[in-house]
Design a protein around this ligand. Structure first.
Ligand code: APR
Length: 320
């Protein structure tokens, strides 16, 4: 059986890490694409040269032309620019929206059957634009944010409880950013919900509130430390988990930015919700009951995403 093909559009910090992880996990042959000549070729050759040492078989290639991603089964998009000092949010949207237009067209023309995972920020708006620009079915285009946000939440909780990260599950809803909605009562240690762990004396409300706040600002914490870029290891790991669930039809339940068509009373928007990812892409959207407070937080998060989408439509009326 031929190997699957994974196209990584954007060969920067996240793109390179994605290529290494996809190789180590033998998910398939990998092509790195970028507008900068030499970078995707150099990174793919470097990783290929690690393959004999690590013992994985994957054909690695670099490309500056979209024909390089032809026939890809999975496309992970990190192409774009990060927000720089002095740049407004609308400036960033303007630049990355153009990138989504060219990348969307490249995907439509070369691999219309692919499962597409968008990572480029501002995530919930960019994945919406990428789906529109590519014309792929909504269930085949998703955004990566929730897996990363919940991984951060899980890591902080595991530290607090001094238990294995493997035994901590976490649940987050909403858009990527300060408005995300971590759901304490659906987050557990070995199945024991966090509110029960407070009763058991394992932690306090105050400590959990601080962890929730740190999770919401997790991206900024890394930016402040790195100073010259944003997080890339954990974002890459998170997107690879989504790609693996699709390629191996694992049907994992993962929080993703998914297209909502009435679910959670939201229409024509991408918002972070739990979904099942299998061979068909997004196979199911889990619609959970929310308390009044949770609904208020979720609505605030949805409003932030709406503002971003309106900004996209203003920048380029073709998206309206
Ligand atoms: N087509 C292809 N690649 C592009 C394009 C384009 N039109 N425009 C820019 N790129 C490439 C850049 O040349 C660069 O190599 O996208 C890459 C982005 O890489 P980095 O700047 O290293 O950014 P990275 O840390 O990988 O993050 C990528 O993910 O988390 C988000 O906010 C982050 O939007 C950013 C994205």
């Amino acid at each position: 059986m031929a190997r699957k093909k994974i196209a990584l559009v954007g060969a920067g910090q996240i793109g390179g890490t994605l290529a290494l992880l996809a190789g180590l996990k033998e998910l398939g042959d990998i092509v790195l694409f970028d507008i900068v000549e030499g970078v995707p070729q150099g990174k793919s050759l470097d990783i290929a040269e690690a393959s004999p040492v690590e013992g994985f078989d994957a054909r690695m290639a670099g490309a500056n032309d979209f024909t390089g991603i032809a026939g890809a089964d999975v496309v992970i998009v990190t192409a774009g620019v990060p927000r720089k000092p002095g740049m407004s949010r609308d400036d960033l949207i303007g630049i990355n929206l153009k990138v989504m237009e060219t990348v969307g067209a490249g995907i439509r023309d070369n691999c219309p059957d692919a499962f597409v995972i968008c990572i480029t920020n501002p995530l919930d708006a960019m994945v919406w634009a990428l789906q529109k620009a590519s014309g792929l079915p909504h269930g085949k285009v998703v955004g990566m944010a929730g897996v990363l946000d919940s991984a951060r939440f899980r890591y902080f909780l595991a530290e607090e409880f001094d238990v294995s990260v493997e035994d901590v599950t976490a649940f987050v809803l909403g858009g990527h950013g300060d408005d995300m909605v971590p759901l304490i009562r659906y987050s557990t240690v070995a199945g024991i919900p966090l509110p029960d762990l407070i009763k058991m004396g394992w932690t306090t409300h105050e400590k959990l509130d601080a962890i929730v706040e740190r999770t919401r600002k997790g991206g900024g914490e890394i930016v402040n430390l790195l100073k010259t870029g944003s997080a890339f290891y954990a974002p890459a790991s998170s997107a690879i988990a989504m790609a693996e669930s699709y390629l191996r039809d694992k049907k994992r339940v993962l929080p993703c930015a998914a297209y909502l068509d009435g679910e959670y009373d939201v229409k024509d928007m991408y918002v972070g919700v739990p979904v099942v990812i299998g061979e068909k892409g997004v196979e199911r959207i889990l619609e959970i009951e929310m308390s009044k407070d949770e609904r208020t937080m979720f609505a605030k998060s949805v409003d932030s995403v709406k503002t971003l989408i309106e900004a996209c439509k203003t920048v380029n009326p073709a998206f309206a």
